[in-house]
Design a protein around this ligand. Structure first.
Ligand code: BG6
Length: 475
């Protein structure tokens, strides 16, 4: 649909940017922090680990000042569970509380809205050793952790995200640090973990609404539009199957309190249905999110399953091997260009995703991730020219505005990332930030911060509430 005139962004639109704790903070063993699954995971060879990251833990004041200079209205960050409860539960670490108090106070001192992710991949290792999400006790640990965050930070934090990309944790846990705890039936165990996370999330939403009636809380999945490889009805059906398993399984439970029928049929067919306790259904029904946080990077394309191993395929997004014999086969989309890291670039897909999520759930949407990982270069004149990132973001913002004009209630946009950080599995050379951090994979250099070309561009976008987006020269 072509609009004669695009609707403007709402006047209180939350232009922001995002990060996560383990990818930026560093200080992995400081001030009482416990180990997380990320800290002990088998690290990808040849790329930086997360021990120092962007050293945000020590430089947060400088970083927040730069974000404020860029004009951010919101900063989405995550709390490291292991700074609050080093063992996942049990003793509280006061120094962790003090750090996030300082961070939150700094954010709001500039008039920025803190958007807090409670759990972004970094499950406490102590819990993992007790069975991780396979063990129902982890649900209790998460509720206590959530209650603690609401108690200490709820007077200043209005927007809460429960679990970052739960669907990626389940579908690609091995590259994140969580994995199945069962050798006998790993997939069934993963869907049991998934169910426990859904229960944990529901408890957090209920507690949040009881404890903080003014606050808003929501899930933060990674949503991709799923395209059929052709108009062949079998391909279209396969795309619907995959969308149910990858996207709607998670959001239907979060919003409607019950499993998506096609996703549930898939679980039954495979013998993966989770064990539910009495009371689960009631809790899921009672727990309601106030908004949906959407992380969007790329789309996925699938075809009819051939029913064998050839269904597995590397699609555009390298960390997503797509395909499942008997359900759908991964396919490459010939219409899309790719990033330096092989991820398909699809701004139109962004509009599709925003429409799909809104049309299905009728809840406001905050975009909490969207961005381009690229090899940026610091020039001798102390500049970083990243027109490719500007182009990427510009196109996505255009399609977000198209979606708003389609009637979608998008209330914020927080691209990935506010500042350079360590990619989940591809090191620090894969840069996402508006702010460059001067380090290499194994040479920490001076970690100084440099405003990229995209920094000045985004500053202008925010200043004009999305009206002016042309490229600007650097100096
Ligand atoms: C999202 C995660 O999946 O994608 C982030 O929430 C991650 O933590 C981002 O960094 C980009 O992925 P990658 O693998 O390039 O770091």
């Amino acid at each position: 649909m072509m609009h004669n005139k695009l609707k403007p962004f709402p006047s209180n639109f939350l232009w922001g940017a995002s990060t996560s704790a383990y990818q930026t903070e560093g200080a992995w063993q400081e001030e009482g922090k416990g180990l997380s699954v990320i800290d002990v995971a088998n690290h990808v060879e040849g790329v930086a680990d997360f021990t120092v990251a962007s050293d945000h833990y020590h430089r947060y004041k400088e970083d927040i000042a730069l974000m404020a200079e860029m004009g951010l209205k919101a900063y989405r960050f995550s709390v490291a569970w292991t700074r609050i409860f080093p063992e996942g539960d049990g003793d509280l670490n006061e120094q962790g509380i003090a750090f996030y108090n300082r961070l939150i106070n700094e954010i709001i001192s500039y008039g920025m809205e803190p958007i807090l992710t409670m759990y972004h991949f970094d499950l406490p290792q102590a819990l993992e050793e007790r069975g991780g999400w396979s063990n129902r006790d982890t649900v209790k640990a998460f509720s206590t952790y959530a209650e603690t965050l609401f108690h200490f930070f709820g007077d200043r934090v209005f927007y809460w995200l429960t679990i970052n990309e739960q669907n990626m944790i389940i579908l690609h846990g091995e590259s994140i640090g969580t994995s199945s705890q069962s050798e006998k039936n790993p997939q069934k165990d993963l869907y049991q973990q998934n169910h426990h996370m859904l229960i944990a999330q529901a408890e957090a939403m209920v507690i949040c609404h009881e404890q903080l009636p003014e606050a808003k809380i929501g899930p933060a999945p990674n949503i991709a539009p799923i395209y059929p490889a052709t108009s062949k009805p079998e391909d279209v059906l396969a795309a619907d199957t995959y969308a149910s398993i990858r996207n709607w399984l998670y959001l239907d439970v979060a919003v409607h309190g019950h499993y998506h029928p096609t996703a549930w049929a898939y679980l039954e067919n495979k013998g993966y249905t989770p064990e539910m306790l009495s009371g689960d259904e009631d809790l899921l029904q009672r727990a309601l999110p106030d908004f949906i946080a959407v992380n969007y990077y790329t789309s996925q394309t699938v075809a009819e399953s051939r029913g064998d191993e050839s269904d597995y395929s590397h699609t555009g997004d390298q960390h997503e091997t797509v395909g499942e014999p008997g359900a759908y086969r991964g396919a490459v989309n010939p219409n899309l260009p790719k990033t330096d890291f092989g991820w398909e670039i699809d701004p139109v897909g962004f509009r599709t995703v925003l429409r799909e999520v809104y049309n299905r759930y009728h809840l406001p949407i905050i975009v909490t991730e969207n961005g381009l990982g690229a090899f940026d270069k610091l020039e001798n004149d102390e500049t970083v020219r990243d027109p490719y990132r500007i182009e990427f973001l510009d196109k996505h913002i255009t399609h977000m505005q198209e979606a708003i004009s389609d009637g979608v209630d998008v209330i914020g946009y927080c691209p990935w990332a506010a500042i350079d950080l360590i990619s989940t599995h591809q090191g620090c050379s894969k840069r996402y930030g508006f702010i460059y951090v001067n380090r290499e994979e194994f040479d920490l250099k001076d970690l100084r911060r440099i405003r990229k070309q995209s920094f000045y561009w985004y500053q202008k976008v925010i200043r004009t509430n999305g009206a002016v987006r042309e490229y600007i020269s650097l100096k």
